[in-house]
Design a protein around this ligand. Structure first.
Ligand SMILES: [Zn+2]
Length: 280
């Protein structure tokens, strides 16, 4: 190692936050939470273990994802229901809100749209915080378990990874071929997943999710959404994921609609205003 004489001084430089969220347009969280009280139950679907389910969530309504039967992690893709090219942008959401999200954080869409697709209004695992290992819940670090990495690491093919479940789920819902559906699948919000980075080697870790039946996370749909959720083959992700080994449980997605007038003058956020000329 050729550490320079001033190596310690360079390491001692204090960090600055890349994107101070105080500069972001703030959601009216109190309004969203008020309107959620008494919201009426609408459509409901179950993602079976090691499978995916789809549901449409109109702008101005709520999507609740609930743990049922046993501890289970879900991999969530979100699309603009009217334009699949606008989809959840896990990396930018992470840059803005941190490695894990909870109540008040927003789920942002891909370029060139870059606007909040959804705002988290409730999270019954909000109590968890950051544990002694640096782990926390509702991860936007990881991608989604997939058969390609499985083949790289284990040399075998497994067909019920979240990537494949999401691909089949989207294809079924939209009547697309698997080949046409797969390119739309993107990095996920790992609902209920407890993860972090090891402090010594910086490796991505997971540990058994603290989620229990009846725990839920609920988001307010800022735009018309198509949500696709895979019940991960990792179950609670306490041991392994790209296999049939872990006990797995279903997850429920429910749409709830606020009573008329509850949202006042609220309207969907507009697409990002950047002019797209890129200096030309
Ligand atoms: Zn998975």
């Amino acid at each position: 190692m050729n550490e320079p004489m001033d190596g310690a001084a360079r390491r001692a430089v204090a960090p600055v936050i890349c994107y101070p969220v105080a500069d972001l347009p703030q959601p009216d969280l109190a309004l969203y939470q008020r309107a959620a009280v008494g919201a009426e139950l609408g459509a409901e679907v179950i993602a079976a273990p090691r499978e995916a389910a789809c549901i449409e969530v109109p702008a101005g309504s709520y999507l609740r994802i609930t743990s049922i039967d046993g501890p289970q992690v879900g991999d969530l893709n979100l699309f603009n229901a009217n334009d699949l090219s606008e989809r959840f942008y896990s990396g930018k959401t992470r840059a803005l809100h941190g490695t894990h999200v909870t109540t008040g954080d927003r789920l942002w869409s891909s370029f060139p749209h870059l606007r909040p697709m959804a705002t988290i209004v409730a999270d019954t695992l909000g109590w968890y915080g950051i544990d002694e290992y640096g782990g926390s819940v509702h991860d936007v670090i990881g991608t989604r378990c997939d058969p390609y990495t499985g083949r790289l690491l284990q040399g075998t093919d497994y067909h019920h990874c979240c990537h494949s479940n999401l691909t089949r789920g989207l294809a079924d819902h939209l009547g697309l071929s698997l080949a046409d559906a797969e390119p739309h699948i993107h990095d996920v919000l790992n609902v209920f997943m407890c993860t972090g980075f090891t402090r010594d080697t910086g490796q991505y870790f997971m540990k058994a999710s603290p989620v229990r039946p009846d725990d839920y996370i609920e988001v307010f749909a800022e735009i018309d959404l198509l949500a696709v959720l895979s019940a991960c083959p990792g179950g609670d992700c306490g041991s392994e994921h790209t296999s049939d080994t872990a006990p797995c449980h279903p997850l429920k997605m429910t749409v709830r609609t606020p009573i008329a007038g509850a949202l006042g003058a609220w309207s969907s956020p507009t697409r990002n205003a950047y002019d797209g000329t890129h200096g030309l």
